[in-house]
Design a protein. Sequence first.
Length: 96
Amino acid sequence: MTFEEFQKSISASHPPENFNLVSKALWYDAKNQWDESHAIVQDMHNAEGSHIHAYLHRKEGDLTNARYWYSRAGETMPNISLKEEAERLIKRYLAR
């Protein structure tokens, strides 16, 4: 799926059925459904889940918790806008 196709899917009421957990978490975030996205990544115990978890806490404004999750993901908290980070995450994880 391309970034543009992902963006179009946001108009639907549910994520596409073929989405994996990472894609669903990003989809719910794009729909401004933080709690749904967080519930997914909270149960993921891998680098991808930790990376999105970090972004969500950064978005929430809980930077201490965000730093913890970036560390768990092997990432550094970026110094870019949340919109830019969301786009990078979508492009990075949809490519897999």
